[in-house]
Write a protein of this length. Structure first.
Length: 358
């Protein structure tokens, strides 16, 4: 699907309900439906698939409209928003309609953050809901009570809460790359998008954020594969990324995920910066975990040993501060013991950092 290559297996597999069950878990069902229908292949429950595709494409058109409106609104306040993910990834696919998105994400930076909030509240008084102004890394606006159309405006693209040194490295990288913006025409508006170098790292970090917490779908890895292919012509990409990944304690993580892209998703080896076969065993174990998890589907289970990673199965107590602190310690320790099955260095650094912050 993602490389625009001819199908080399029997297309009757598209009539199997089990395939669509897996596609839903991996957030690939919309992509698969659009691709298969455009290829003229029969699909399981085609009438249902066509309706879902139609609804998703309608939503995408509404997202394009609100994106144009927000960009124009903020530019009037001398704030330049930068589109991250979403439509800027869709154009990398053989057919942009293959790529669905849940909301519109834009980066405005810390300097413009509070002016942006004031401008958004003033421009959209009819919005259904706004998030709190100090609610973490972004300010959210939801336009309708069905929660179907949302915009998130980021103070920072991402934070690494438990590792201050790693967070400083990523924020410095973000700031530098946001000085090299590109333009993408959406509708009647030229929208700013980040550099190819930023996309190469940020799309990975976004996928990692989901994997680390509860599992990431292969749709996010498809995005990353295409972002890396697009960045293959960037001079010295590996030399730029290597010190940032090292300071974030994530070089081994990057290389294992890259092994999966090359050996299971079809990315050309020369298009993955810092590729190595030395992590093949970890990469294969990671791939099995990705298939088992799906998107946010990691199994909740109090199991410490074995190769598979599990999700902490208990909920945080609603009262009693001491019990809440004990819960957090147990959860962090469990998560560290899970993550060390794949990435021990990162697991220990993140765990020690999380303990210091608490």
């Amino acid at each position: 699907m993602i490389w625009g290559e001819a199908l080399t297996i029997d297309p009757s597999v598209l009539l199997e309900p089990e395939l669509w069950h897996v596609a839903v878990r991996q957030q690939l069902d919309h992509m698969l439906a659009v691709w298969a229908m455009n290829q003229g292949y029969p699909v399981y429950k085609s009438d249902v698939r066509k309706l879902l595709v139609f609804q998703t494409l309608q939503r995408s058109e509404r997202q394009k409209k609100i994106l144009e409106d927000v960009v124009c609104t903020l530019r009037k306040q001398q704030i330049e928003p930068v589109l991250i993910k979403g439509l800027s990834m869709a154009v990398l696919y053989p057919n942009p309609d293959m790529r669905s998105s849940a909301d519109v994400d834009m980066y405005v930076g810390e300097d413009n953050y509070y002016r942006m909030i004031a401008a958004m509240r003033a421009a959209y008084p009819e919005a259904y809901w706004f998030s709190e102004e100090h609610a973490g890394l972004h300010f959210a606006m939801v336009m309708d009570e069905k929660l179907d159309l949302a915009v998130e405006l980021h103070r920072v693209a991402m934070e690494l809460h438990s590792m201050p040194r790693a967070d400083r490295a990523f924020q410095a990288f973000t700031y530098g790359e946001m000085q090299h913006l590109r333009r993408l025409t959406i509708g009647d508006t030229d929208v700013s998008i980040p550099s190819k170098t930023f996309d190469a790292l940020y799309i990975f970090m976004h996928a990692w954020h989901h994997f680390e917490s509860s599992g990431v779908g292969l749709r996010q890895l498809a995005d990353w594969s295409l972002a890396l292919r697009a960045a293959a012509d960037v001079p010295n990409l590996a030399e730029t990324l290597c010190p940032v990944l090292s300071r974030m304690h994530m070089l081994e993580v990057w290389q294992a995920f890259g092994w999966v892209l090359v050996n299971h998703l079809g990315l050309a080896r020369e298009q993955f910066p810092l590729y190595t076969d030395a992590c093949a065993r970890t990469g294969e174990q990671l791939f099995r975990q990705l298939i088992k998890d799906g998107h946010c589907g990691r199994e909740p289970k109090l199991k410490f040993y074995g190769r598979m990673l599990y999700y902490f199965p208990y909920e945080r107590p609603k009262t009693d501060r001491l019990r809440q602190k004990l819960y957090t310690l147990c959860r962090l320790t469990f998560q560290m013991m899970q993550m060390r099955k794949l990435f021990p260095r990162y697991a220990y650094c993140n765990y020690l950092g999380a303990l210091k912050k608490r």
